[in-house]
Design a protein around this ligand. Sequence first.
Ligand code: IDP
Ligand code: MG
Length: 139
Amino acid sequence: MPTNRTFTMIKPDAVQDGNSGAIIKMIEEAGFRIVALKKTQLTPERAGEFYAVHKERPFYNDLCKYMSSGPIVPMILEKDNAVTDFRTLIGATNPANADEGTIRKLFAKSIEANAIHGSDSDENAEIEGSFFFAHIEQF
Ligand code: IDP
Ligand code: MG
């Protein structure tokens, strides 16, 4: 299993606002190689499955509604230390707490509509990548 990969998705608010290109540019300039990329939309049920780990949290239903409200851009990314470095690049969950220059500081609207996802472990990166990409082309 590759340990130098992470999974991300540009969330509906950022896609809707036309920020996908700017965000992908930041990701590539930070040294991540795009392994897989597409544009798709989750149903509320699929969003619920993706975020099942949060199903007891008070924000779960709203999160599923928001994450299925429009197109998203999921990607698998490759870089040394991918998971940790990508979490640094995106910044804190709540954009109010995100460092200057991070993707969430620049593009997030709120703690919920926070522009982008980043896997929190190598194990989840693999699970989440497989959730969206059944087969990965080797380039
Ligand atoms: P993360 O995306 O930074 O890893 P998680 O705690 O895993 O943050 O939460 C998953 C997603 O759920 C967040 O990115 C955000 O969209 C949403 N979320 C997290 N905490 C809250 C909250 O307190 N209110 C509303 N939405 C939240
Ligand atoms: Mg998380």
